[in-house]
Design a protein around this ligand. Structure first.
Ligand code: 4AD
Length: 436
């Protein structure tokens, strides 16, 4: 009887897989053993007879290669899914990896919707492309504050920040001045551009826009750049164009499969049209709109703000490629935009980039560096005291400069051809919606 029990135990032990971390499996110490690993799929490649996976559980930078016969393949085996793999650890025939797991059983423990994963990976490549372009060109990254006392855009779409808790029950103001979540890091970037010349920031911005539109969020990310010694709007436009082109090409080079999951604007044949650009003035844009037979809901007279319907029409009219619109009426742009004094119509040295599927993606301008013009404009708006520190920037070592801000979620929306901006972020924030 005892011999029988011992044989049973031996049999059980031989057939019960040893649970290993990926790092332990990779060490090769358990070669020839029946093992089990648990982790997440980092890649899946199917061939006729076999399917190859890379599985990682965070214990090593390297992933474990798993080879399984195609009968074990499962549509739920996608990038990012969580799996339990049992099999025999073998020496790998390939030099790059010491061992591989010859799978006898694969259980998908947690499914992973590939399009959600693709979106996050895509977003990562897009921002790293934009940042690489800026860093390669000598920009210094700055973290601008999230809490601020200024309304950079002067549009009054601010979320006020107030402390809560028993210490503040009597309504005491924490900062002694009204404080808000930032709508743009621009003014802080302007401060530091006076030290580093070329600076950028990538961070969250907040707008209390009571809009249910397909391209507005209450919380969104912006890539903002500021460049000292910029003399012309064309120089600034060129930086915007180069960044857009570089980041778009970067993401297409690395995420073709992810793009295929979504693609609308960016199929291989369409690539060129996201990397060629047209430039028109606001005056030309108005002329195009007024000549069109389209019935717009909003007016198209000189001085009117370009609405989404106008922007989308202009992009289509120009061949569905990105379009830079320059030299907007002075009164349409915020106080910091530079006055184009040589234009017969009063315009600002401001530029917006309009793109397929979205309309405005990026807004930029030369900044008014002339103290007299800037203070006159601030005075007109009753803001001279609030922005006295901003006027000081023009008093001490001011130089011609300009910058821009690109809405990151709109960029994703455009490149992936996603209709609604709320579908490109995991936790969209908009009016009446702040779940989770
Ligand atoms: O045109 P905006 O308001 O420009 C600024 O904030 C400047 N201070 C930026 C700068 O020059 N540093 O916003 C810039 C971009 C827009 O073109 C748009 O893409 C995006 O930010 N954006 C929004 N994206 C999503 N939801 C919203 N509510 C947005 N408002 C603006």
């Amino acid at each position: 009887v005892s011999r029988g029990i011992a044989a049973g135990i031996r049999h059980y032990c031989k057939n019960t897989p040893t649970k290993l971390r990926v790092s332990q499996a990779l060490s090769g110490a358990e070669l020839g053993s029946n093992i089990k690993v648990q982790g997440w799929v980092r890649s899946v490649r199917a061939q006729k007879a076999n399917v190859f996976l890379h599985v990682n559980d965070g214990s090593s930078l390297q992933s474990l290669q798993v080879v399984a016969s195609s009968e074990l393949s499962d549509p739920l085996l996608t990038f990012g899914s969580a799996v339990e793999v049992t099999g025999i650890l073998k020496k790998s025939p390939h030099q790059k990896q010491p061992v591989e797991l010859d799978a006898k059983q694969i259980n998908v423990v947690g499914e992973c919707n590939p399009s959600d994963m693709a979106l996050s990976i895509f977003a990562n490549f897009l921002i790293s492309g934009a940042e690489q372009m800026l860093l390669d060109n000598g920009f210094v990254e700055i973290n601008t504050p999230i809490i601020t006392s200024n309304d950079c855009e002067g549009a009054g779409e601010l979320f006020q920040v107030e402390p809560s808790g028993p210490d503040y029950a009597d309504g005491e103001n924490f900062f002694s001045v009204p404080a808000y979540l930032t709508v743009s890091g621009q003014l802080h970037l302007e401060v530091v551009s006076g030290a580093f010349s070329k600076v950028y920031t990538f961070g969250p911005t907040f707008r209390a826009e009571n809009s249910q539109s397909r391209r507005h969020l209450a919380e969104f990310y912006m890539v903002e750049a500021e460049i000292s010694f910029t003399q012309s709007l064309e120089d600034l436009t060129k930086v915007m164009e180069d960044m857009f082109r570089f980041a778009t090409e970067h993401v297409l080079a690395h995420c073709v499969e992810d793009v295929d999951l979504f693609h609308k604007h960016v199929t291989p044949g369409h690539r060129e049209y996201l990397v060629s650009f047209l430039r028109i003035t606001y005056r030309e844009a108005i002329d195009i709109l007024r000549r069109s037979s389209e019935r717009f809901a909003f007016p198209t007279d000189w001085g009117c703000d370009l609405k989404t319907e106008h922007e989308k029409y202009l992009v289509k009219h120009c061949g569905n490629i990105p379009v830079f619109v320059t030299d907007y009426p002075y009164d349409l742009k915020p106080f910091y935009a530079r006055d184009n004094q040589d234009h017969p119509e009063r315009t600002a040295a401001a530029v917006d980039l309009l793109v397929p599927g979205v309309g405005e993606l990026c807004g930029g301008s030369l900044r008014e560096e002339r103290l007299n013009l800037l203070s006159a404009r601030l005075e007109e708006a009753g803001l001279e005291d609030v922005y006295s520190w901003y006027l000081d920037l023009r008093r001490f070592g001011s130089v011609p400069h300009g910058g821009f801000g690109l809405g990151f979620e709109r960029y994703l929306q455009c490149i992936l051809g996603v209709d609604n901006i709320k579908d490109v972020v995991p936790f969209p924030r908009f009016s009446h919606s702040c779940l989770l």
